[in-house]
Design a protein around this ligand. Structure first.
Ligand code: AMP
Ligand code: ZN
Length: 468
């Protein structure tokens, strides 16, 4: 019997979720491209995927979740044109690609920790799996699904009966939005063919290259998720997650190459999170200006307020970010935490009174991850006719999925007001020094703060600081 229902992008329906092997779930998540900080839009996807994973565990499944780290091959268009994003990051910061990858990978997991996003069971950087990519590409060539042209290896989409199985839209529609810039590649037999391995490209300065049967080069972006998923989760995947922009071309191409390679259906359920937008449209790293968790923190928001902001909306609806709403959520979150903290934890539990709420919670969260309804159950518990100990126990249980730290006592802020005033004053002095082009003084102020264990960061929205 199914325990939860999920919307499946593949069938465009809400379906009872039934895994391949009873009691076990294989879950794959497209990981971040680590050329910059994750913006809070990216993190919306990871928060909602975290709730999905925790829901599956909560209802009793044994979940294995794998995530890749994209540290090579993702070009500035999601297709095969533009520059490698990692290289863009390295040039921007005058560092090597691997330095950039390590830095932003750590930054990503630090953001995830602040948002109570569980680290997947397996995290695999693409650059660790070159032999697996080469093996998969060799097999695709042997089976007649891939060809070499102009030095690159391409997947031949004309060999498939239904390349658009996931997206079900017409080609023109899909190309718009997926690509920042559309460049024709004359080596491709059809427009939708995509690169599996690059040897000839316009990026002679591509830093990371590997030997392959087709010459020295590097993998395309799409092959990494297929190969990493199959490596760790086998030939049958239960659920594949990502943001909605991944449907085409990324996931469409993943299905094409995985099923051509395996010779059978690969993944049963596709879970896509709609975008977080700001007033100018979809939030994206390439736009330059974007909101990060650190920025929210520097403005005084607990990252979990942002998690609650996300949970108040359904993952299949676009979400508009604005500070007014965030302020309301902040007030609601603080009130909720206070209310839970005031509950008297001592006393006998009342299972018969708790039961209907436990059922209501599973009903809500199991109804295609309806997080706002699940939050409503938390409020219902607080108003319910039962003793405090039972209320507390229920909220503690529900928080295994919501992960809002509802039953944890808030730690007193370690930053006192005098310190904050001192740092703000120093930041203002440094800003003035920089304005007068007195960079030596500006650097000295930064160092003075560092010596006191205070780190400052210049972001597009201003200078932020934190204790080391
Ligand atoms: P990237 O680091 O660009 O590879 O993206 C990481 C994840 O964030 C992918 O699953 C994207 O689909 C997702 N994503 C990108 N932009 C947004 C957005 N504005 N809102 C929600 N998810 C997003
Ligand atoms: Zn992927």
């Amino acid at each position: 019997m199914s325990k939860i229902n999920l919307y499946n992008t593949l069938t465009k329906k809400i379906e009872p979720f039934v895994p391949n092997v009873e009691g076990k779930v294989n879950l794959y998540t497209c990981g971040p491209t680590v050329y910059h900080f994750a913006h809070i839009g990216n993190l919306r996807s990871y928060i909602m995927e975290d709730v999905l994973e925790k829901t599956l565990r909560y209802v009793g499944y044994d979940v294995k979740r794998v995530m890749n780290i994209t540290d090579v091959g993702h070009l500035s268009s999601d297709a095969d044109s533009g520059e490698d994003k990692m290289l863009m990051g390295a040039k921007r910061e005058h560092k090597s690609v691997m330095e950039i990858a390590a830095f932003y990978r750590d930054a990503f997991f630090s953001d995830c920790a602040k948002l109570n996003i569980k680290t997947p069971d397996v995290v695999e950087p693409a650059t660790n799996c070159i032999p697996e990519f080469i093996h998969m590409i060799e097999t695709l060539i042997e089976k007649g699904y891939a060809y070499v042209a102009g030095g690159n290896v391409y997947f031949d989409t004309s060999k498939l009966d239904n390349y658009y199985v996931l997206s079900n839209q017409n080609e023109e529609e899909l190309m718009v939005g997926a690509r920042d810039d559309v460049e024709e590649d004359s080596n491709k037999r059809s427009k939708t063919d995509f690169v599996l391995w690059f040897t000839k490209s316009k990026f002679d300065d591509q830093e990371l290259k590997w030997d392959s049967p087709w010459g020295v080069g590097y993998p395309g972006w799409h092959i990494e998720c297929s190969a990493i998923s199959i490596k760790h989760l086998g030939e049958h995947l239960d659920i594949h997650c990502g943001g909605i922009d991944n449907v085409f071309p990324h996931h469409t191409n993943e299905i094409a190459q995985s099923e051509a390679y395996l010779g059978h259906k690969w993944c049963n359920y596709w879970f896509h999170v709609l975008h977080l937008n700001d007033s100018t449209g979809k939030m994206s790293k390439s736009k330059g200006d974007f909101l990060t968790v650190s920025l929210l923190e520097s403005k005084g928001y607990d990252p979990l307020v942002y998690r609650m902001f996300c949970l108040q909306s359904h993952y299949r609806k676009p979400l508009l970010f604005n500070y007014e709403v965030l302020d309301n959520v902040k007030a609601a979150y603080e009130k909720l935490k206070k209310k839970v903290a005031s509950l008297d934890k001592e006393g006998e539990l009342q299972p018969e009174k708790m039961n209907p709420y436990q059922e209501a919670f599973v009903q809500a969260i199991g109804n295609d991850i309806n997080t706002s309804q699940a939050l409503t159950v938390v409020y219902d518990v607080l108003k319910a006719d039962m003793n405090d100990a039972s209320k507390f126990a229920l909220i503690e249980q529900f928080d295994q999925v919501l992960s809002l730290d509802l039953t944890l006592e808030k730690q007193e802020d370690t930053v006192d007001e005098d310190l904050a005033a001192y740092v703000e004053e120093k930041i203002a002095q440094r800003k003035a020094a920089r304005k007068e082009k007195d960079f030596a003084k500006a650097d000295a102020i930064r160092q003075e703060l560092l010596d006191k264990g205070i780190e400052i960061k210049d972001t597009r929205e201003g200078t932020t600081w934190n204790l080391l």
